[in-house]
Design a protein around this ligand. Structure first.
Ligand code: LM2
Ligand code: CA
Length: 490
């Protein structure tokens, strides 16, 4: 379950948060495949509750009402078309699976769901699946309120309601079967795996049985016997009873320490310096490389939900954010996920995607210069980030090498003889000659521009036959970093 089954040596996954299926299909064809992104994490595809106070928050999608594939992103045929078109260009689809719970206990009753399916939160009745009162953990949970009150009590965390969300009894064969049917339906449609929402709140033993009953991936696009890629969302910053390692036997796990630490490093908070990242990865107390799914920010912690706190970098801090994403994509540790966001009013962290008066999500507008508009940020299309996703593909399998630092916030490292990157996060110029490990020649910097045939639209870097090159990076540059790789050679 740890293998993303990426095609053509592609490496990075992008989370197209709240994008509609039609837009994702187009994006796979026009951008993600040509630029070399391995896959897309999509927002939850099931029918969810429809909330109007506050108005259509993004988090309504984390409150399923049925397993009908009918959401704010589109209907089942649009989903199927998107999965097919993305697979046809070698871009994998990973589904955000919300299987720990249904809607909130106070969700009311009626047909206020994204496709108008009736439910009653009060009676624990979700007739279209169907789930009824027998299928929830109400009897099992021992907290006074029925909600999770104490994160040091493992039983509460897994058997009680997370922020009042009706907690499914995943120990029951019936419930496990319904969840597996839902996931298998998606696997048969061609998805390559799942982000498993709220994994900390589910017993590893229950997940073992559910994963065990999942189909192999669809052989129209994947090798026979390929198991779905599973990455569990477990927020483990240390100090809680449940640990990320409890989920290692099940697949990959989100490494939340990564983004929190890198935020401190690039912000220079808590005495952190870039030079301290020489042993970045397991050396920093992160989980084993083969288990980690890494990211700078996610849809929760970019807006203060979930784990990580105020250190988390987002597109709002664009300059150091680009540096942090570049660092992640250049570094060999983990499977990397890039965030692609929509803008919101920062005082209203609930705000949903750009939408019309009737609540329907707006199309993603793409401008002539490859950026997006109409509230869509498209970090994955920012030149510096796109080109570093390519860098990661080019250097795949090469070791972390030729480290250099100035003892402060100027560092450089290579990836064997395939790539080299230099960062200047100090408040003064960088002017240094370094051993890059690369073959001699003229390379195009993929941060300030890129190679365009014989031409370079950015800075050029001359690497001597001894592998050494001179780098000058002013601290006032738009992006104080330089990156070259084998395919950017002129
Ligand atoms: C996750 N990972 O484990 C998601 O990444 C995260 O986005 C989800 O929370 C959470 N687990 C549950 O799937 C989000 C959001 C919460 C929101 C829930 C449910 O961060 O704020 O809770 O989705 O929509 C909201 C209200 C909360 C209320 C609850 C139920 O904020 O106050 O609790 O709905 O009505 C009474
Ligand atoms: Ca649970």
């Amino acid at each position: 379950f740890n293998n993303p089954h990426a095609k053509h040596g592609r490496q990075a996954i992008v989370h197209l948060f709240e994008w509609k299926w039609n837009d994702i299909a187009a994006e796979c064809e026009r951008f993600l495949a040509p630029k070399g992104y391995a896959g897309v994490q999509i927002s939850p595809p099931t029918e969810s509750i429809l909330l109007t106070s506050p108005w259509r928050p993004w988090w309504e999608r984390y409150q399923p009402i049925s397993y009908n594939l009918c959401s704010r992103s589109g209907n089942e045929s649009e989903l199927r078309d998107m999965i097919t078109r993305c697979n046809n260009v070698g871009v994998n689809i990973y589904v955000d699976a919300v299987i720990n719970h249904m809607c909130g206990a106070g969700g009311g009753e009626g047909t206020h769901s994204t496709c108008g399916t009736y439910f009653s939160a009060k009676n624990r009745d979700f007739p279209s699946i169907p789930f009824s009162g027998f299928d929830f953990n109400e009897g099992k949970c021992k907290s006074a309120s029925g909600d999770i009150e104490n994160y040091n009590d493992i039983n509460q965390v897994r058997d009680c309601r997370l922020v009042s969300l009706l907690d499914l009894a995943l120990e029951k064969d019936y419930v496990r079967g319904k969840v597996a049917d839902y996931m298998n339906n998606l696997i048969d449609m061609g998805v390559a795996g799942f982000r498993v929402d709220a994994s900390k709140h589910m017993w590893p033993g229950d997940l073992t049985v559910i994963y065990g009953s999942l189909h192999n991936l669809n052989t129209r696009w994947f090798n026979g016997g390929a198991r779905p890629f599973m990455f569990q969302e477990v927020i483990d910053m240390g100090g809680e009873a449940i640990q990320a390692s409890d989920y290692f036997p099940l697949g990959r796990v989100t490494e939340f320490k990564y983004g929190a630490k890198i935020g401190n490093v690039f912000r220079k908070w808590n005495g952190e310096k870039l030079s301290y990242t020489k042993n970045w990865g397991e050396g920093w107390g992160f989980m084993p490389d083969g288990n980690a799914l890494v990211f700078i920010d996610n849809h929760d912690n970019q807006r203060g939900h979930g784990g990580g706190g105020s250190a988390i970098l987002t597109f709002w801090d664009a300059r150091i954010y680009k540096m942090a994403v570049a660092y992640m994509l250049a570094h060999p540790y983990g499977v990397a996920r890039v965030m692609s966001s929509f803008r919101w009013n920062r005082a209203d962290d609930w705000q949903g995607p750009p939408s019309h008066e009737d609540g329907s999500t707006k199309d993603v507008q793409v401008n002539a210069d490859d950026t997006c508009g109409d509230g869509w940020v498209c970090e994955h299309r920012w030149r510096q980030i796109t080109n570093m996703a390519t860098f990661r593909n080019v250097v795949d399998g090469q070791p972390h090498s030729n480290w250099w630092d100035n003892g402060n916030n100027q560092v450089a490292f290579g990836r064997g003889n395939r790539g080299f990157i230099v960062f200047n996060n100090d408040d003064w110029h960088l002017d240094v000659t370094l051993n890059t490990g690369m073959p001699g020649g003229t390379y195009c910097d993929v941060i300030s521009g890129q190679r365009d045939g014989e031409r370079c639209t950015g800075k050029t870097i001359n690497v001597g036959d001894d592998g050494r090159a001179h780098f000058k990076i002013s601290n006032t540059e738009e992006d104080p970093m330089v990156a070259i790789h084998a395919d950017s050679k002129l």
